[in-house]
Design a protein around this ligand. Structure first.
Ligand code: DC
Length: 222
């Protein structure tokens, strides 16, 4: 029987790390919907599509085919027969993803793809609108958040560990801007679903959050 766990929340709250681990422990297929918006962004950047030009956007949406594959259990995003997974996390792609995520044509295309992917399977899907729009009837809805200062520190540590020079105040400013964009767009803005369980991970470690989600799953299935 199908089972859906929806994980929503702002950028940097730890959604993908947590969802991946919970998925592994519970045997749920993990689907990262942010990567799908990033793949569309990749197409827009590579083909010089102007997100403000309705005609161009429509044409682009008609030409984009996104499929999801798994290699060794890791999600791969295939854009028009090309694996774009290694290009999705860049800064330029992230900024464009935030812009394309506002477009109705892009959202309806990806939402229908996301619904097809669930197709009666057992999935854990993370994003911004999973519990509110993609699966309003999800079995479990989690809203994962953390203060902007904590999210900036996590991002800062991640970049420093990769040897990337960065400024923590700039990172926090970017995070606050991204939150504003995601929460104030017209279509499917980021918000907690009324029946979602909110978890503030500011003072929590990864394993603590994973254990909490597993406890919620077990309670629901007991
Ligand atoms: O989670 P992320 O940073 O990879 O997401 C990239 C962008 O896509 C971000 O601006 C929010 C947007 N997004 C969205 O609008 N809806 C989703 N379900 C997932 C991501």
């Amino acid at each position: 029987m199908g089972f859906t766990m929806a994980i929503d929340g702002p950028a940097g709250a730890g959604k993908s790390t947590i969802a991946k681990l919970v998925g592994e422990k519970l045997g749920l297929i993990y689907i990262d919907t942010g990567a799908m918006y990033r793949a569309v962004a990749c197409y827009f950047v590579e083909n010089n599509i102007n997100p403000d030009d309705g005609e161009e956007v429509k044409k682009a949406c008609d030409s984009i085919v996104i499929t999801i594959d798994y290699y060794d259990g890791v999600q791969q995003v295939i854009l028009n027969d090309r694996n774009v997974t290694p290009f999705l996390r860049g800064e330029e792609t992230g900024k464009m993803a935030s812009r394309v995520a506002k477009l109705g044509a892009v959202r309806s295309k990806l939402v229908s793809l996301q619904r097809d992917m669930a197709d009666n399977g057992r999935i854990i899907m993370d994003g911004r609108d999973i519990g509110t729009c993609v699966f309003p009837g999800a079995d479990i809805k989690i809203y994962l958040t953390a203060s902007s200062a904590v999210r900036a520190k996590r991002r800062y540590d991640e970049l420093v560990s990769k040897g990337v020079a960065c400024n923590i105040d700039e990172i926090e400013k970017d995070i606050i801007n991204r939150d504003y964009e995601d929460m104030h767009r017209e279509i499917s803005p980021l918000k907690k679903a009324d029946d979602a369980i909110c978890i503030d991970t500011s003072g929590m470690g990864i394993s603590e959050v994973v254990d909490k989600l597993i406890e919620i799953y077990e309670e629901k299935n007991s």
